[in-house]
Design a protein around this ligand. Structure first.
Ligand code: MN
Length: 198
């Protein structure tokens, strides 16, 4: 059977648009090298796997081993790179997602503190996620390596990548500083669209 070919996602902004929070050099390596490698690896593994025509999210839910690792990282990075916009002072959620954050965490500041703490304390490589459950309730989870909340039946809304490749060129070992800076470049309209979609 001929296999589908995944392609490197196009960034919805220029490679230098997120500076100084994420440098152009980090984008060049993170998107152009790391994510490209996951795409190339998955395409090489698909023929004969049984996942030749399976949608990406379903591959993440059903696969194991190398196929899972590369498919998971593609899904994770598409959600990650798709959630940013140029930095803005006092960047805050609005609308339904803002109301849900206040309802489920008490306040936006309390949510940010909890999310950053979960990101800073995740040992090794992985991701911290804000997701919605089937009832629309918001939850924060830590996922190791290539894991994604869709494996738990959750709808992933927002994520911080805590693999060192996401921040080492710009922040070296200062992961908490990197996480704190990311709030200014979150595109909350994208996050709310993801929330409203389910
Ligand atoms: Mn990454």
């Amino acid at each position: 059977m001929a296999s589908q070919k995944f392609e490197l996602m196009t960034l919805p902004y220029a490679a230098n648009a997120l500076e100084p929070v994420i440098s152009q050099q980090t984008i060049a390596f993170h998107h152009g090298k790391h994510l490209q490698a996951y795409v190339n690896n998955l395409n090489a593994l698909l023929p004969g796997s049984g996942f030749e025509e399976t949608p990406l999210v379903e591959i993440v839910k059903k696969s194991t081993g190398g196929i899972f690792n590369n498919a998971g990282q593609i899904l994770n990075h598409e959600l990650y790179f798709g959630q940013f916009r140029p930095a803005k002072a006092d960047n805050q959620p609005t609308g339904n997602i803002a109301n849900a954050i206040t309802r489920d965490f008490g306040s936006f500041d309390a949510f940010k503190e909890e999310f950053q703490k979960k990101g800073a304390t995740l040992f090794g490589s992985g991701w911290v996620w804000l997701s919605a459950d089937a009832n629309g309730k918001l939850v924060i989870t830590q996922e190791a390596n290539a894991a994604n909340p869709v494996q738990k039946g959750l709808n992933p809304l927002l994520t911080f990548d805590v693999w060192e490749h996401a921040y080492y060129l710009d922040y070296q070992n200062r992961r908490p500083d990197h996480l704190a800076a990311l709030w200014s470049i979150i595109d909350w309209q994208v996050v709310e669209q993801r929330y409203n979609a389910k």
